[in-house]
Design a protein around this ligand. Structure first.
Ligand SMILES: C[S@@+](CC[C@H](N)C(=O)[O-])C[C@H]1O[C@@H](n2cnc3c(N)ncnc32)[C@H](O)[C@@H]1O
Length: 284
């Protein structure tokens, strides 16, 4: 049994040693991750783990994958994708360019889902997609766009809910054991290692996906990241969260709810002009 105090002190030491800040991650989820790591490497207790994490950078880089949860799927939560296809993307139909960011893209299934949906809406050629994650190993897999036949089989049901007349073979090249996304669906995708906690991004986007990433953050970190994502959105841009993500109270006045059931939000139109007009009316 690992205490919250032990988890916290390890996170502080990791932050000092590697500059990676997990201190505001949800303690229960960190606890599960630490237990996973210790079981995997047959460790006797926290002292073993401390030594390994703080003295062996390679172990740390690989080990963070056990602390983070990389679970993802193609066409995850199809109701959200149906709304994205039928209501959100048509709003960008006449824009010169559509910029989309998948923050916490994991092994890439989400970004290739987006590329397929954009292609089906005939919008892929004018879209620029950025996929980022903290985990370098997840990103490596995402770059390959290659998935086992077994996992693609699991994705078939949500895929067919969206495109009943299509086959996954229309989008993936099947080889003996794996299937790889066809190059035309990966052409506009850029991958980058990025830590959301650092709150750095030098571009703005029309749509940001941050699905099932903040469920591992505490309320304070969640609110900080949501305000950062808000700054990274163009005026009126859309934020798409995961099914289990919740919006903390501090963040509800910077976003308008587009759809509660699919966790789609819209950046609230800036209050600056309103305040300015309001002030000039008041001073008349
Ligand atoms: C459960 S997966 C979600 C993947 C995908 N968005 C989805 O919903 O299917 C969570 C991802 O968030 C990433 N992650 C966790 N903390 C992060 C951080 N501080 N910055 C960037 N990515 C992070 C993890 O590495 C993991 O790949």
């Amino acid at each position: 049994m690992i205490s919250e105090e032990e988890v916290n002190s390890l996170m502080i030491a990791m932050k000092k040693r590697y500059g990676l800040d997990f201190t505001n991650y949800e303690p229960k989820s960190l606890n599960r991750g630490i237990t996973r790591l210790m079981t995997k490497y047959n460790m006797n207790g926290m002292i073993d783990l401390w030594g390994r994490i703080l003295n062996d950078e390679d172990f740390f880089v690989n080990g963070i994958d056990d602390l983070l949860v990389n679970l993802t799927e193609l066409f995850r939560n199809p109701d959200a994708w149906i709304m994205i296809r039928d209501e959100i993307l048509p709003q960008y139909r006449y824009d010169r360019e559509i910029k989309i960011w998948h923050a916490g893209c994991s092994t890439g299934e989400e970004i290739y889902t987006m590329a397929i949906v954009l292609a089906e809406c005939d919008l892929l050629r004018k879209s620029k997609l950025l996929a980022t994650d903290l985990s370098k190993t997840a990103l490596e897999k995402a770059r390959t766009g290659s998935y086992s036949h077994a996992s693609l089989k699991n994705y078939l049901k949500p895929f067919l809910k969206m495109y009943p007349d299509r086959k996954l073979e229309d989008y993936f090249d099947y080889a003996e054991s794996n299937a790889t996304i066809k190059p035309q669906f990966a052409r506009n995708v850029k991958f980058m290692n990025h830590n959301l906690v650092d709150r750095k991004m030098d571009q703005k986007f029309d749509v940001i996906f941050c699905r099932n990433v903040m469920i591992y953050f505490d309320q304070e970190l969640k609110a900080r990241i949501l305000s950062f994502l808000n700054e990274c959105l163009n005026e009126g841009g859309h934020l798409i969260l995961g099914y289990y993500d919740t919006m903390p109270n501090q963040s509800i006045d910077i976003f308008d709810v587009y759809s509660n059931s699919t966790r789609i939000y819209k950046k609230r139109v800036s209050q600056t002009n309103h305040t300015y007009e309001q002030e000039s009316i008041n001073s008349r």
